[in-house]
Design a protein around this ligand. Structure first.
Ligand code: PLP
Length: 379
């Protein structure tokens, strides 16, 4: 099998599992317990917090471990908006992950916030001029993702953060797809909060973190024993935190820039071959400002689902039609419609996301063949 669905999830890395193993077995203590086992667990948690912080250019006390990216997004959007006395408007974008969009809808329905959803251009880049116009002293929070899961476009988050700061608004970015694929430094971005998820990096599903700038008030969503500095109650997932930290250290290691450049070059060659071999194919998302391992297309004259099935059955290639969350639904993706694509074209979307250059090697002829087969069958 050739796995080209790394935006959906990744397998747990061997070194991650090995780092976690002791905290699932012999060192199984509760990090709040006052005995040797508990203290060992607390030390492991402290070490994991330090590692996550150092990978993001942050302080350990600014890391809140969560059960994944969705929780981190919810905690940021709801927690910052509800804790913040000023303003009644949350500014986000039309291409956010549902974890952010639905959290905004919740604020609108139950807490009287108004939500402004910024538009995007044909490459999926958020409209900075619109942000300049709408972000003002009634804006509580701006939440825009660092990179999009469906089309790979990298957003100008530092510019958006500057606009928000001038207006005195807080800024959150969903960096779930970006961390590990791009250099991510909280200070350079100028944001106040950043979400990440372990299972996109080779840590287990259900692990993640929210980075929260020191001194920024947050209303917790989960109440209880006051763990994570009162920001997220619940007995800590020590092994999960250790796994997340180990994965993060690996994907931000010193050899990564070279690997990313090789991945982007292999992806570019794949894109060129697919576009040359499939008449009418179009790349979705920004051609350059995109995640290095991400290639997404619309392939008119097919259905994304049919291409996906043909690729798996005939070529052993695993990919995705649109986003995993929308998989199985016949609805055209809102992200693709936001680019201005016709629904019939948006329904032909297929996404290929690799983790290494080798993932793309020799894959393009199979894609061309699968599309040709599906088109021939469609008639
Ligand atoms: N945000 C983005 C951009 C994502 O791609 C995803 C997952 O696909 C999430 C948030 C949710 O993360 P998790 O699956 O860890 O809940």
């Amino acid at each position: 099998m050739r796995y080209l669905d790394a935006a959906a999830t990744t397998p747990v890395r061997r070194e991650v599992l090995e780092a976690m193993w002791p905290y699932l077995t012999g060192e199984f203590g509760n990090a709040s317990s006052h005995h040797g086992l508990g203290e060992a667990a607390a030390r492991a948690l402290t070490g994991a917090r330090e590692q996550v912080a150092s990978a993001l250019g942050a302080r350990p006390s600014e890391i809140v471990f969560t059960a994944g990216g969705t929780e981190a997004d919810n905690l940021a959007v709801k927690g910052l908006a509800l804790a913040r006395p000023r303003g009644r408007v949350v500014v986000t974008s039309v291409v956010e992950h549902p974890a952010v969009l639905e959290a905004c809808d919740y604020l609108e329905r139950f807490h009287g916030f108004r939500i402004h959803r910024l538009g995007v251009d044909a490459d999926g880049v958020v409209d900075l001029a619109e942000a300049e116009q709408v972000v003002d002293d009634d804006t509580t929070l701006v939440s825009v993702m660092l990179a999009n899961n469906e089309i790979g476009t990298v957003q100008p988050v530092a510019e958006l953060a500057a606009i928000a700061r001038r207006a005195g608004a807080l800024v959150h970015t969903d960096a779930v797809q970006a961390v590990g694929s791009l250099p991510v430094d909280t200070a350079q971005l100028g944001v106040d909060a950043l979400s990440l998820s372990g299972h996109k990096l080779g840590a287990p599903k259900g692990t993640g973190a929210l980075w929260l700038r020191r001194g920024v008030a947050l209303e917790p969503l989960v109440h209880g024993g006051g763990q994570e500095g009162g920001r997220r109650s619940g007995t800590e997932n020590v092994a999960g935190a250790v796994g997340l930290a180990t994965a993060l250290q690996t994907v931000t290691g010193p050899e990564r820039p070279g690997e990313r450049a090789a991945l982007a070059a292999a992806r570019d060659a794949f894109v060129r071959e697919v576009l040359a071999g499939v008449p009418g194919a179009l790349l979705t998302g920004h051609p350059e400002q995109r995640l290095p391992g991400h290639a997404s297309f619309c392939l008119p004259g097919t259905s994304g689902e049919a291409v996906l099935l043909t690729l798996e059955q005939e070529h052993g290639i695993v990919c995705s039609s649109g986003s995993a969350c929308a998989a199985g639904s016949d609805e055209a993706s809102d992200v693709l419609l936001a680019l201005g694509l016709e629904p019939a074209v948006a329904q032909t979307a297929v996404r290929f996301v690799g983790s290494t250059a080798a993932d793309f090697a020799g894959a393009a002829p199979a894609v061309v063949h699968a599309v040709t087969t599906v088109r021939a069958l469609a008639g």
